[in-house]
Design a protein around this ligand. Sequence first.
Ligand code: CP
Ligand code: NVA
Length: 344
Amino acid sequence: MMAFMIKAGIGKGRMEKMNLKGRDFLKLLDFTPEEITYLVDLAAELKDKKKKGIPMDTLRGKNVALIFEKTSTRTRCAFEVAAHDLGMGTTYLDPGSSQIGKKESIADTARVLAGMFEGIEYRGFGQEIVEELAKYSRVPVWNGLTNEFHPTQMLADLLTIREHFGHLEGIGLTYMGDARYNMGNSLMVTCAKMGMHFTACTTAKYFPDNALVEQCREIAAQTGGSITLTEDALEGTKGVDVVYTDVWVSMGEPDEIWTERIRELSPYQVNRKIMENAGENAVFMHCLPAFHDLKTKIGAEMGQRFGVTEMEVTDEVFESKRSLVFEEAENRMHTIKAVMAATL
Ligand code: CP
Ligand code: NVA
């Protein structure tokens, strides 16, 4: 990292204190608030350099493997563009075209890939798989989303919030929807780490796991943050800075589940009433992709089956000035670049 930072002329003041070289990036629970801030700062600097057209291909000669056992637009493109900007080569392994998990164990895959690549990105199912990959890999492993966590998304969200509000500490963020899955879990951990106020606003069935809530409350007690769980959509969004949601059915979940999800989560749709309740300075965020109209195959199918025209967020809110979703999407690339630059 040091060589990269010197060549790129980045953050000279901070680099003595922070060394993430060789570290895996599996979940934010593994990182201190200072380390997270460092990665967000680095991303901001890399973003600025990119906008100014300053080359940053200081990792020339290195290669990274991108394993996707689930589909992706943002994460894959972000890793590829970021790696290329840094001068690196990439190899994309899609769900159907490798031996992983079918003919070759995760442990064997880790050792094979570590012999050819300087870093490995993994998107897949259980968190234990990416942890296993990291255990057997002697090069850094980056989590591109598991059922439990989506840590690279978190850095993009922090950068986006900080760009908008100028700070992170004290920001109130409410997550509506399935709060016990990757996005709800990750946002709760992230807010706890960064001294932010997290609210899971959904029906109790979808509250995050108790043990993780307790762990986050302990972290928040140190950082000045807080964790709140509420089933009341208006109480949960009153005066918050950020209203956040995600799809009601995640990748890998069975199709049959849509019926109950639409029934149970519709009261937590982000719409004009929720945004007005949050207040005039509140913003809307979503990791994307989003079902805000009928212009997708699944959206149209749900429209036909359930008579809904929008799901977790209304088209009005999604397309409004308060919506930061496309800034957030762009920031995936700058933050993923920071993770690779810092750990390689
Ligand atoms: N937000 C996100 O991870 O998007 P993709 O599924 O397109 O990578
Ligand atoms: N919860 C979603 C996040 C997509 C970025 C999923 O896992 O499909």
